[in-house]
Ligand binder design. Structure first.
Ligand code: DAH
Length: 345
């Protein structure tokens, strides 16, 4: 056809033929071949346009219009057919890749809050509500902060009770959170009211109630006129919020080098309500913490005037509280990372 003169009537026939051909094309690939043949840079339509010059001046605009109409008609027909192919391709793929919603899904493993973290958060929340702030201190301490400043001199038997991991050069892994008392009192004048949570370490062989690493919360309240009644009140509020309104408290005289007088504090057994059972060794009571009035020797170490100020302190083991609260009978369970245990919290 190239280079030939043509008549407008021919073009009308040609258009019908090519549209037929397009409607019969069996694939996107055939459509693409038709597109190149008719609309490509070296295609038939382009050829016609080139040949316009062979026509008379009068014929030319009419022929140009007819060729453009042919071009538009072919273009539209190609697009419509291509869309049709694409739609059926999409439907085919959707059918192939159909999701079977009756299959069980893949279960994701969500992390959980560790029971110790949970118990710690409950304890902190109660004391924060009572106006205590939260302080922290280093886990590696000097012997001075861990022992001496707390009125535990070298060779004092209390050091044996807290046998610890010694690091070279007078450093120890702290055996309790009590050194935080000293650090805070050294740097802040009374009045002081804070709790200090954290890890503590002792070289105890692991058994049902000991692990070499455990957690404590220390508490300190220093101001003018603070007395033992305040201590009893605060601990009573704490125990009731933690273990329930029916819980009763018992203070037993005890000894700590950093408090005088000192007490060990029990709650009525939350299992048998004080009647006596296996958990409370038939006593009806469960020990939960140590406490007392800050010893004037401790105030002396941090340069607080013990004639003017008095204070109370307490310290409790988080694992012990968590074991009582959640009914756990072996402390080692906390640190074995057994998901069957941890998933219960
Ligand atoms: N530091 C003691 C311990 O680890 C616990 C303790 C007892 C802390 C009495 C205190 C306290 O602040 O007053 O065994």
């Amino acid at each position: 056809m190239s280079g030939n003169a043509f008549s407008l009537k021919d073009i009308g026939d040609i258009q019908n033929d090519v549209l037929d051909e397009i409607s019969q094309a069996g694939s996107l690939q055939v459509l693409e071949e038709l597109r190149v043949r008719w609309l490509g840079r070296k295609g038939i339509v382009q050829d016609y346009l080139k040949n316009l010059g062979t026509l008379s001046k009068e014929e030319r605009p009419v022929a140009g219009k007819v060729i453009n109409e042919l071009k538009d008609a072919v273009k539209t027909a190609l697009e419509v057919s291509a869309n049709g192919f694409q739609a059926s391709e999409t439907i085919r793929r959707l059918n192939d890749e159909k999701i079977d919603i009756t299959l069980p899904g893949v279960r994701r493993n969500f992390g959980r809050i560790h029971p110790i973290t949970k118990a710690m958060a409950s304890i902190l929340e109660i004391f924060i509500e009572l106006g205590f702030s939260v302080k922290e201190g280093p886990e590696i301490e000097t012997e001075y902060y861990n022992f001496e400043a707390l009125n535990i001199p070298e060779n004092h038997p209390a050091r044996d009770m807290q046998d610890t991991f010694y690091v070279n050069g007078g450093w120890v892994l702290r055996t309790h959170t009590s050194p935080i008392q000293i650090r805070v009192m050294e740097n802040n004048p009374p009045p002081l009211r804070f709790i200090a949570p954290g890890k503590a370490f002792r070289s105890d062989p692991p058994d049902a109630s000991h692990t070499p690493m455990f957690h404590q919360v220390e508490g300190l309240f220093v101001d003018e006129g603070v007395h033992f009644g305040h201590l009893k009140y605060i601990l009573d509020v704490f125990a009731k919020k933690m273990f329930g309104e029916k819980v009763r408290l018992r203070f037993r005289p005890s000894f700590f080098p950093f408090t005088e007088p000192s007490a060990e504090v029990d709650i009525s057994c939350i299992i048998c309500k004080g009647k006596g059972c296996r958990v409370c060794s038939r006593t009806g009571w469960l020990e939960i913490l140590g406490a007392g009035m800050v010893d004037p020797e401790v105030f002396k170490a941090v340069d607080i005037d013990s004639e003017r100020y008095t204070g109370f302190a307490f310290g409790m083991g988080i694992e012990r509280i968590a074991m009582l609260k959640y009914g756990i009978n072996d402390i080692r369970l906390f640190f074995e990372n057994d998901k069957r245990f941890l998933d219960q919290f």
